[in-house]
Design a protein around this ligand. Structure first.
Ligand code: SF4
Length: 79
């Protein structure tokens, strides 16, 4: 499972992320993103694309444990 994290001090409210992942990101009345819920595997590719597309790097996608107390291993480095 993945979790989107927003840096509200960096976000400029472009709204691009909401366009790319409307299943999890909506906009408030000023255009700033509202994240609702974690990202299931079926939406992972769209969530990655939304995070990468943020022009000010305000959106991050973190892996989280599926079960409480379970450890999350860091991603393996490419050789
Ligand atoms: S794309 Fe980035 S700057 Fe634009 S609303 Fe989303 S998080 Fe904020």
């Amino acid at each position: 499972m993945l979790r989107l994290r927003l840096d509200p001090t960096a976000c400029a409210g472009h709204g691009l992320c909401a366009d790319l992942l409307p299943e999890r990101i909506s906009r408030d009345e000023w255009g700033f993103p509202i994240i609702s819920g974690d990202v299931p595997p079926a939406l992972a590719a769209h969530a990655r694309r939304a995070a990468r597309a943020c022009p000010v790097l305000a959106l991050r996608l973190d892996r989280i444990a599926d079960r409480p107390g379970a450890r999350v291993m860091p991603p393996r480095k490419a050789d």
